[in-house]
Ligand binder design. Structure first.
Ligand code: PEP
Ligand code: MG
Length: 325
């Protein structure tokens, strides 16, 4: 089995009935730029730029950031790297920036922080754009968007950074595609408003679960309440894929659920065709998908979406996996 799983690592992902599933990597550490992991994946679905920020003693300069970003972009010259703008705060405080709040997860994090510090945001987006010159394989992703006004404000800053870098550069600067994370539940009711504003969306099931269930994703006392297989979470995910199809918005899931066997089966069953996961899960998920048909997964998803309890979801999906060997 180990050998088969390893073989699968280098192949593109298909379901048993030949549906192509795009498998992307979640990255953030420079270790992820190693050649060994980049074979057989369809690019980087989520590059968490806060990781290089966390490893520094102070805010990295534009040139320092360019070096970081360029090394990941160079690792995937033929594919796309989705670079997320800084998502600090919440569970990711920067050692050189003290933010004291009663409710950090509901506070100054992600896009909220960078919109209040446009100088930090502009330097970062400039660094991303400059790093991508000549490679042209970068998309930009905005974290923690909770409404359209934030998106408009962030877009105008991205546009400003683009104009600045384009003016400084002699050649033609490719405009990156722009997307947002769907991870704050309010956005479930604003998907129609995204149609002319973004090129793609990426579902952050980690935060979406946390905010839908009002449960801290890192608090062990309430760990049993944090359940991405809660029927409400699954129905939210179904609503997102149905809306994305209706509005023709390209969509990927980059939360942990995408790299979990039960999660991946249910997501593909709901209709998702693009998953982004940690390196260690790639071979396992490809192996599982190869042995199950998308049709069967769709039937399972229909069945499970009607469940009232997470336990039912888990039992039904586990039985399904056993049945499909
Ligand atoms: C998520 O929230 O699901 C996500 C992918 O982002 P992060 O885990 O970095 O918050
Ligand atoms: Mg998140």
């Amino acid at each position: 089995l180990a050998k088969t799983v390893e073989d699968d690592l280098y192949k593109q992902a298909y379901t048993k009935d030949s549906q192509r599933i795009m498998i992307h990597l979640n990255a953030g550490l420079s270790a992820d730029t190693s050649i060994a992991v980049n074979k057989g994946v369809d690019g980087v679905g989520l590059y968490r730029t806060e990781v290089p920020f966390l490893l520094q003693r102070s805010f990295p300069s534009e040139d320092e950031q360019i070096n970081q970003y360029r090394s990941i972009l160079q690792t995937y010259p033929e594919q796309t790297v989705v670079m997320r703008t800084l998502d600090i705060g919440g569970d990711k405080p920067l050692p050189y920036l003290t933010i004291e709040e009663d409710n950090p997860f509901l506070g100054w994090r992600g896009i909220r922080f960078t919109l209040d510090h446009p100088e930090i945001f502009l330097i970062q987006v400039r660094a991303m754009l400059r790093a991508s010159i000549g490679l042209n394989n970068m998309d930009i992703l905005l974290p923690m968007i909770s409404g359209i006004a934030e998106l408009d404000e962030a877009k105008s800053l991205v546009e400003r950074a683009y104009q600045e870098v384009a003016n400084e550069y002699d050649g033609e600067l490719r405009k990156p595609r722009l997307g947002i994370m769907i991870e704050v539940p309010s956005m479930l009711y604003q998907l129609h408003a995204l149609v002319d504003k973004v090129d793609f969306i990426s579902v952050g099931s980690n935060d979406l679960t946390q905010y839908l269930l009002a449960v801290d994703r890192n608090n062990s006392r309430v760990a049993s309440v944090y359940d991405a297989l809660h029927p409400a979470v699954l129905n939210a995910l179904k609503h997102i894929i149905d809306s994305a199809e209706r509005y023709q918005l390209p969509v990927c899931v980059c939360g942990e659920l995408a790299g979990d066997p039960i999660g991946a089966i249910l997501l593909v069953g709901m209709g998702y065709r693009s998953l982004s996961m940690n390196t260690r899960n790639v071979a396992k998920i490809k192996y599982i998908l190869r042995h199950v048909s998308a049709n069967d997964m769709a039937q399972l998803a229909d069945d499970v979406l009607a469940a009232h309890l997470s336990a039912e979801v888990r039992d039904k999906t586990t039985l399904f996996v056993e049945h499909h060997g």
